[in-house]
Ligand binder design. Sequence first.
Ligand code: BG6
Length: 290
Amino acid sequence: EVRKDKNGIDQVVLQNSRGASARVSLHGGQVLSWKTDRGEELLFTSSKAIFKPPTAVRGGIPICFPQFGKRGLLEQHGFARNKIWLIDDNPPPLPTNYSPSKAYIDLLLKPSEEDLKAWPHSFEFRLRVSLTVDGHLNMLSRIRNINGKPFSFSFAYHTYFAVSDISEVRVEGLETLDYLDNLCNRERFTEQGDALTFESEVDRVYLSSSDAIAVFDHEKKRTFVIQKEGLPDVVVWNPWEKKSKSMADFGDEEYKQMLCVDGAAIEKPIVLKPGEEWTGRLELSVMPSI
Ligand code: BG6
C-alpha cells in the first residue's frame, strides 16, 4: 500500500499476516515506523521531526551514505537520507540466503547531477525493506559501483529505538571492544567489560563487533536484537540533556525515550572497484524479557 504524507511524499506500508507493520518513506528510503502485531511502535520519531527534504527526518532508520558523520567533505551523514528514492519495480535477484517474505518493498537511489558534483562516483543503491512472518524488520542494502574508477564510502543504519526510559536501558554485545569516542576527538578507548548503561551523552563507534547486539529495555520488559552482516561497527548515540536542547528538530526531554544503535561500516571504509557490489544487511527483532 502506498500513501502520501502531508508533503506529498510517498510512503509504503508493509503488513504481515499477523498484523505487524512497517512504514517506509521514499524520503531517504527511511523506515519511519515498525510495529508489533499488537500495534506497539518500536522506533522513535521526534515530535519535532521535519518531514520536508532536504532535511533528514529525526527518527526511524535514516541511512547514512556515502559518509558517516563529518568524516569527509559531504554534509553530515551523507546525502542519501535527504533524497527522494524511487520504487524499484525490477530489482536484480537477491542473494540466495535471503529469507523470502511477502511484505517487502524495493527502493533505488541513483546520484543526481548535484550529488555527482559533491561526490563524483556513479552508483546504484538498492534497498529492500521487508517484514517477516515473525515481525522481524529486515533491511538489505546493495551498493554497486557503476563508475570507471574505484570509490570508497562509509555507511550506517542509524536506528532510533524507542525505549521507555534511557536510564533503564542496557546494551549487551559491546563489552571489551575498542571504540572511537566522538566526544573526545574520536580518540580510541577500550570498553571495560560491563554491559553499557546510560547516564550522560554518548556518541561512539564500537569497532569490529560480533554480528548480534541486544538492547534491553528493563521497564518495558522487552529486548531488541540487532543482527547484522557486512557491518563490522556499531554506533551508539544518545544526545542527553544539553545536546537535545541544541537540536531544533528534537524535544528537550525526548532523549529519555530513544537510543540509537546502528549497524555500520565506518572505521574501515568499504572500497568498491568498477562493477563490484557491496551488501550490508540488518535484521531487527524484539522479544519479551524477564
Ligand atoms: C550520530 C553522530 O551518530 O548522529 C552524532 O555520531 C550526531 O555526532 C548524531 O549528532 C545525529 O546526527 P544528525 O545529523 O542526524 O543530527
